[in-house]
Design a protein. Structure first.
Length: 630
C-alpha cells in the first residue's frame, strides 16, 4: 500500500507540472482533438474545387492520410477494425487523387482501389456524409434518403409530429445544407477532378430498401405538406429562404457553421448551390475558419472537427485542483478567467424546447457561442467551483450555470447532451447510417451520471431533491443486465459504467445497493491480466461490450475511478490497476492513441490528446484522497 501511494504521489506531481507548463497565456489548454482522416479528406476536396491557395496544408493532409493506410490497402476508423472501413477508404482514395500528390498508378492507390472494389465500390458506402460529398462533386447521384425529404419540412410548425426542431441540433446543421443541395441536385467539379466511375458496381448502385418505419415517416411528411398554405412554388421558395437563413444565422465569429468543420464544409457547397460566388465573404470566412481548425502534432497535420479547447480547459483546471493545486494558484486563476469568458449569454436553439430559461451553459470549442451542452457546462462548473465560494463574479456565473443544467433535465429524468426532450423515435427511422444516434438527442447514461456526480459532489443536492431522485431512477432503470451502462460520447460501456457509478454514488446511493455492486462486479470481470482496462470501438456498433484485449490509459482511469468511488478500501484489483495505469503513462504506442471518444457509432471516433493526462490525474488524485490515510 505504501509503495502504491508513493508511486501515485510521484505521478501526480509529474502530471501536474506537465499540465501547468502546457497552459496557454490566456489560461486555456490546446490539445489536439483527432478525428481520423474524414475532415482531412473533405478539406482537400473542397480546397481543390474552390482553388484555395494553401498548397502546404493540402500536402500535409495528403501525407497524413497516406500514412494512415493499412497494409490491405484500406483505412480504418480504429486500429482493430481489421477489415477496414469502406467509407473512410473511399474518402481517402478520393482526396489523395484530388490533391494531385498521388497518381492512379501509385502502388498505394492501386491497393486502395482493389480494396474498395472488393467491398462493392461506391454503391456500398454507408456514411451519409461520404455519399453527400460524392454527390456534391458529381461522382454519384443524390441518394433518395436525402432527396426524398422535402425542404418544406423546415416550414412545419413545432406542433407537427414531424418537424425540423424535433431533429437534434447536430443533425439539423448537417441536414439543412444537405437538403438544399439535394433539392437542386447540385454538383460541382473541376477539370482536374478524379474520375471514380470505375468504382461503381451496377449491382450495388441502388438506394437503400425502404423500411416500414421510414415509410411511416414519409407519410407524416406528406400529411404535413398538405397542411401548408400557398402555391407549391411560393411554399418552396419560402422553404429555400428559411434553409438559407437557418445556416447564415448560426455562423460563428470564426466563419464556421455551429463551430463544426463537417457542417461548415456542407454549408459551403450548399451556398454554391444557392448561386453564391466562390469568393463571397461568407465562403471566404468559412474557409478561414476551417483552415484555423488544423492541428499539428508529432510531425503530422490533421483537421479537427471542432477544437476541444473549452472542454479540455475545464477538465484540466478541475483535475489540477483535485490533485492539490490551490484555487488561488495563477494557473487556476487564469483558467477560471478564461472559462468565465466562454460562458454563453445568448439564446440558442436549445431554448426552443427549454423556454424561459436564462442562458448559462458552456460549449465544446472556443468559437462556440450558441450551442452549449450539459457535459461541458458541468465540467466548467466543477472547474470554477472553489472560486464561486469567494468571488461574487464566479458565484453569479455558477448560479446561472447550475440553473441551466437543472433546466435541461428531460421529462424521463435523464439528461441529454444539447437539447431536452428531443427523443422522437420516428426520426431514427431515417435510412441513414447512425440515424439512431445522430437524428435525436435522448437522455444518456454518461450525461446523466456525470450530471448527478456534479450535482451531488459540488452543488450539495441529494435524494430529497426531485432532480436527483428522478435522475437516479433513470440510471438504475437503464442499467444493462450484466451490470454495465452504455456511454454515448466515450467508448463505451466502460465510459458509461464509470459515469453511472460515480454519479449514483455522489447522488447518495448506498454502497451496498444492487446497481452499484453489479456495476463494480462487471468492471472487475473485464479487467485485463495486466491490471488495466480496454474496450474496442466495435462496442459502439454492436451495442455490446467488445474487449480490446490491451489496456488504454483513459479507459483504465475510468474503470479505476468508478471502483474507487464505490470501494471503501483499496483492493488488490484497484492497486494492480493503479500501477498499470501509471506504467501506461510512460509508454507511447498505439494503445496510448487508441480513440476512446465517440461521435457517431460506426462512423466517427476521436482521440483526445488530452485524455491520457486528464483522466489518470483525476483518478490518481481520487485514489490518494480516499485511501491516503488507510
Amino acid at each position: 500500500m505504501g509503495n502504491v501511494l508513493s508511486t501515485v504521489d510521484e505521478e501526480i506531481g509529474r502530471l501536474t507540472a506537465f499540465l501547468i507548463q502546457k497552459q496557454q497565456q490566456d489560461g486555456s489548454w490546446h490539445f489536439c482533438f483527432e478525428n481520423g482522416i474524414v475532415i482531412d479528406a473533405y478539406v482537400i476536396i473542397l480546397f481543390r474545387i474552390l482553388n484555395v491557395q494553401n498548397e502546404a496544408l493540402i500536402r500535409q493532409l495528403h501525407d497524413r492520410i497516406l500514412n494512415e493506410q493499412q497494409q490491405g490497402g484500406f483505412w480504418s476508423l480504429y486500429p482493430d477494425e481489421e477489415e477496414g472501413n469502406l467509407s473512410a477508404s473511399v474518402e481517402a482514395y478520393y482526396a489523395l487523387l484530388y490533391s494531385g500528390h498521388s497518381k492512379t498508378t501509385d502502388e498505394p492507390i492501386q491497393r486502395a482501389k482493389r480494396y474498395i472494389r472488393s467491398k462493392g465500390g461506391l454503391g456500398k458506402v454507408t456514411s451519409i456524409l461520404t455519399k453527400a460529398i460524392l454527390a456534391a462533386t458529381g461522382q454519384i447521384k443524390w441518394p433518395s434518403t436525402i432527396s426524398s425529404i422535402p425542404l418544406e419540412i423546415l416550414l412545419f410548425p413545432n406542433y407537427f409530429p414531424i418537424n425540423f426542431f424535433e431533429f437534434s441540433g447536430y443533425s439539423r446543421v448537417h441536414l439543412t445544407p444537405l437538403l438544399i443541395m439535394a433539392d437542386r441536385r447540385f454538383s460541382i467539379t473541376t477539370a482536374h477532378a478524379p474520375d471514380l466511375s470505375d468504382l461503381l458496381d451496377p449491382r450495388f448502385d441502388k438506394d437503400e430498401p425502404i423500411t416500414q418505419g421510414y415509410q411511416e415517416m414519409q407519410d407524416d411528411i406528406q400529411t404535413g405538406l398538405s397542411r401548408l398554405i400557398g402555391t407549391p412554388r411560393y411554399i418552396h421558395e419560402a422553404a429555400t429562404t428559411k434553409a438559407e437563413q437557418f445556416m447564415l444565422q448560426r455562423i460563428e465569429s470564426d466563419g464556421t457553421l455551429y463551430s463544426y468543420a463537417s457542417c461548415t464544409i456542407l454549408m459551403i457547397f450548399a451556398l454554391l448551390a444557392l448561386k453564391y460566388d466562390q469568393q463571397h465573404p461568407v465562403i471566404t470566412r468559412a474557409i478561414q475558419g476551417l483552415t484555423a481548425m488544423q492541428c499539428r502534432s508529432d510531425d503530422k497535420t490533421t483537421m479537427q472537427n471542432s477544437p476541444s479547447t473549452v472542454w479540455d480547459t475545464a477538465l484540466i483546471a478541475y483535475a489540477l485542483q483535485s490533485a492539490g493545486t490551490l484555487s488561488d494558484h495563477a494557473s487556476i486563476r487564469r483558467a477560471a478567467s478564461y472559462l468565465l469568458s466562454r460562458q454563453q449569454h445568448k439564446l440558442g436553439d436549445w431554448s426552443i424546447h427549454n423556454p424561459n430559461t436564462v442562458p448559462g451553459g458552456w460549449g465544446f470549442s472556443e468559437s462556440n457561442t450558441i450551442n452549449p451542452d450539459v457535459d461541458d457546462t458541468t465540467a466548467a462548473l466543477r472547474a470554477i467551483h472553489s472560486l464561486s465560494n469567494t468571488d461574487p463574479t464566479y458565484q453569479e456565473a455558477w448560479n446561472r450555470g447550475l440553473n441551466w443544467v437543472l433546466s435541461m433535465q428531460n421529462k424521463d429524468g435523464g439528461w441529454p447532451s444539447f437539447e431536452k426532450n428531443t427523443n422522437n423515435e420516428m426520426l431514427s427511422w431515417l435510412a441513414i447510417d447512425g440515424a439512431k444516434s445522430a437524428a435525436i438527442d435522448p437522455a444518456e447514461a454518461d450525461l446523466t451520471g456525470r450530471t448527478l456526480e456534479y450535482l451531488g459532489n459540488f452543488a450539495g443536492l441529494d435524494a430529497r431533491h426531485e432532480f436527483i431522485k428522478r435522475g437516479r431512477k433513470w440510471l438504475i432503470h437503464h442499467q444493462e443486465r450484466d451490470g454495465s451502462w452504455y456511454g454515448r460520447w466515450g467508448v463505451c460501456y466502460i465510459y458509461g459504467t464509470w459515469a453511472a457509478l460515480t454519479g449514483l454514488q455522489a447522488a447518495g446511493l448506498p454502497a451496498n445497493h444492487e446497481a452499484l455492486q453489479k456495476g463494480a462486479n462487471w468492471l472487475l470481470s473485464i479487467q485485463n491480466a495486466d491490471g488495466g482496462w480496454g474496450e474496442s470501438c466495435q462496442s459502439d456498433r454492436l451495442m455490446r461490450y467488445v474487449p480490446l484485449v490491451e489496456s488504454t490509459p483513459s479507459q483504465t482511469a475510468w474503470a479505476l475511478d468508478a471502483l474507487i468511488a464505490v470501494q471503501p478500501q483499496p483492493t488488490p484489483a484497484i492497486d494492480q490497476g493503479t500501477l498499470r495505469l501509471i506504467t501506461s503513462l510512460h509508454e507511447n504506442d498505439w494503445k496510448s492513441s487508441y480513440p476512446t471518444g465517440a461521435g457517431l457509432p460506426g462512423n466517427f471516433y476521436s482521440h483526445y490528446h488530452s485524455y491520457r493526462y486528464i483522466w489518470p490525474l483525476l483518478t490518481l488524485s481520487h485514489y490518494r484522497r480516499k485511501y491516503g490515510s488507510s
